[in-house]
Design a protein around this ligand. Structure first.
Ligand code: ADP
Ligand code: MG
Length: 246
């Protein structure tokens, strides 16, 4: 594997909804093993950018290149793409009638076509990584929000994606539950997972990110190491935004 090559490359990404332009030319490279945090005001296009990366939204223009493959190509197998790009949402969307183990096993069996035994082994390993193995038999309704989100992360990493996208993974959680989820994300980073994380947790972005991207009005206003974005922002809009969290 070429560690210097970007595993995810966003090139000239534009997105409009019925004449309303939301993304105005986004260029971003995520390299293997990096944790990139995306910050910015509500409505700046952060979720749209993430959703374009696995074509939950269709870009209006631009390229999304995953491990050297342009997923905008007409012949792209979207099912295969979505196994390579895991996504964790603000709402965990676990199936309430399935156990924790059943939730994590589902795509391993239905999408990746593993045998029951292999799916279970992979699901258990993923649950162990997020510290939820002892809750394998529990149902989502019996778990805290933080525990449910860790199961949501396990469901994503169990498929062994090349990159994981997180869209405000802690925004729906009570404050005391946020830390455990962020801790799991730090551990994933240490285990080598490549992650693109939209977050309002500025302390997390500052401490854990390799690079921070500040978006506003559908463009990347500034990107750089956390020390720059939080300590020495170069753009007035970045300065104003981070000042609100200082
Ligand atoms: P963020 O995640 O930074 O808050 P979003 O990507 O959710 O921003 O939204 C950016 C803009 O795109 C907003 O103005 C929003 O209203 C608009 N938007 C998002 N999704 C849709 C959609 N499905 N249809 C029309 N407009 C949308
Ligand atoms: Mg959003």
């Amino acid at each position: 594997m070429n560690l210097a090559a970007p595993i995810l490359e966003i090139v000239g990404l534009h997105k409009s909804y019925e004449g309303n332009t939301v993304l105005r030319g986004i260029d971003l490279r995520v390299r293997t093993g990096q944790l990139i945090c995306v910050i910015g005001p509500s409505g700046s296009g952060k979720s749209t950018m993430l959703r374009c990366c696995n074509r939950l939204e269709e870009p209006s223009a631009g390229q999304i290149v995953v491990d050297g493959v342009d997923i905008m190509h007409a012949r792209t197998d979207l099912n295969a793409v979505r196994q390579q790009i895991g996504m964790v949402f603000q709402q965990f969307n676990l199936y309430p009638h399935l156990s924790v183990l059943g939730n994590v096993m589902l795509a391993l069996k239905k999408v990746q076509k593993h045998s029951h035994a292999e799916a279970e082994a992979r699901a258990r390993r993923a649950l162990e990584q997020v510290g939820m193995l002892e809750k394998a038999a529990a149902y989502p309704g019996q778990l805290s929000g933080g525990q449910q989100q860790r199961v949501g992360i396990a469901r994503g990493i169990a498929l062994q994606p090349k990159v994981m996208l997180f869209d405000e993974p802690t925004s729906a959680l009570d404050p005391e539950l946020v830390g455990s989820v962020l801790q799991v994300m730090r551990q994933l980073r240490e285990a080598g997972m490549t992650m693109l994380v939209v977050t309002h947790e500025m302390a997390f972005a500052r401490a854990a990110a390799d690079r921070v991207v500040f978006m506003d009005g559908g463009v990347i206003v500034e990107e750089g190491p956390p020390e720059q974005i939080f300590g020495d922002p170069q753009q007035a809009r970045t300065k104003a935004f981070v000042a609100r969290y200082a």
